[in-house]
Design a protein around this ligand. Structure first.
Ligand code: C5P
Length: 324
């Protein structure tokens, strides 16, 4: 074969390869032009439209061991029925008070608040960005306010104030996670997310939104709370146990409010940014708005929660902002 002929064959092969590759890229770009330039260029079926999707690479064995996406994070009438094992575990968290009839209380609760299935609407066009804001003193002087406020969902928790701390913590709150002993008043646009540790917490919520008769659980509690009752949500006890078993593998007595909020975010958001997590030098959970003399991390295993949170960062599931 002449050299000229060999060269022609080589050039034609090269041309064929270039055309084929270009056609593949072009067909992807018709689906979503931005993909042409993203790291997902060769994976056209992306689960969301954010720059990073939390469910990307969900089939990694570590993810498969931890995530159980079949459990709904929020309580509905339908999923409120608890297995015997879950009910026993949940009732043991803050035992000591004579429990009322759980299913009767749930029925009464859903006469006061809506019974809806929310947020389970993941789809390729959705980009739900979430900021989970813990209460750490590392927020002081961080100037994260605008960054936090730029998310679609902003989760805060317990006694966290924004007023007076806007520059560091932002102004918006879409969801506020609390329990009776940590309750504060909320504005009309914020969703109250109750984390119930016992049946009495569900009764307290009914009371706090209506008659104001319950004033004491194992501590004095606020009898009434300002919150939009059409926006109230309840953390599902079955999900609570799943967080403890699958994510914390039984470390600590039960997960902290921050960790419970974070795992909920992992289930309903496409992109999660985490702020205000991190103990002080003595390993205690200090707050950005007060000098609390918190003794270590109470009933929670702060170190274990921190390690899992950092693994989530390593696995590109969440972005962590460490503050000051
Ligand atoms: O102290 P509190 O429980 O109200 O804080 C909310 C959550 O923020 C905690 O449950 C914990 O997960 C997180 N936190 C933290 N480091 C701190 C303070 C709070 O990680 N210094």
């Amino acid at each position: 074969m002449s050299i000229l002929r060999l060269r022609r064959i080589r050039n034609l092969t090269l041309l064929f390869c270039v055309i084929t590759f270009t056609m593949i890229l072009f067909s992807y770009s018709l689906w979503d032009p931005s993909l042409l330039f993203s790291k997902h260029a060769l994976h056209p079926k992306r689960p969301c439209s954010c720059r990073h999707c939390l469910t990307d690479l969900d089939d990694d064995p570590w993810n498969a061991d931890h995530f159980n996406r079949s459990i709904h994070p929020l309580m509905t009438r339908e999923n409120s029925v608890l297995s015997e094992e879950t009910f026993k575990w949940w009732q043991s968290l803050q035992s000591g008070m004579k429990p009322a009839n759980y299913s009767e209380v749930v029925e009464e609760l859903f006469q006061v608040i809506p019974d809806e299935v929310l947020y389970m609407d993941a789809r390729p066009e959705r980009c739900r960005t979430c900021s989970v804001v813990g209460n750490s003193g590392n927020l002081k002087g961080s100037e994260y306010g605008d960054l936090i406020d730029s998310s679609k969902f902003i989760f805060r928790m317990n006694m966290a104030p924004t007023s007076g701390f806007e520059e560091d913590v932002g102004t918006r709150t879409t969801h506020h996670f609390l329990y009776p002993e940590s309750a504060i008043d909320l504005d009309n646009n914020t969703r109250l997310v109750l984390i119930p540790y016992k049946t009495l917490d569900l009764q307290w919520l009914i009371s706090a939104l209506t008659t104001g008769t319950i004033k004491h659980t194992y501590l004095p509690v606020v009898p009434r709370i300002k919150a939009n009752r059409d926006k109230v949500l309840i953390y599902n006890p079955t999900f609570f146990k799943y967080v403890y078993d699958s994510w914390l593998e039984g470390h600590g007595r039960y997960p902290s409010t921050g960790f419970l909020s974070l795992v909920l975010a992992l289930h309903i958001c496409d992109e999660v940014s985490v702020f205000g997590f991190g103990a002080d030098q003595s390993g205690s959970w200090h707050h950005y708005w007060e000098n609390n003399n918190m003794k270590h991390t109470g009933v929670h295993d702060g170190d274990y929660e921190h390690n899992i949170t950092m693994l989530l960062v390593e696995k590109h599931k969440i972005k962590m902002f460490h503050g000051t």
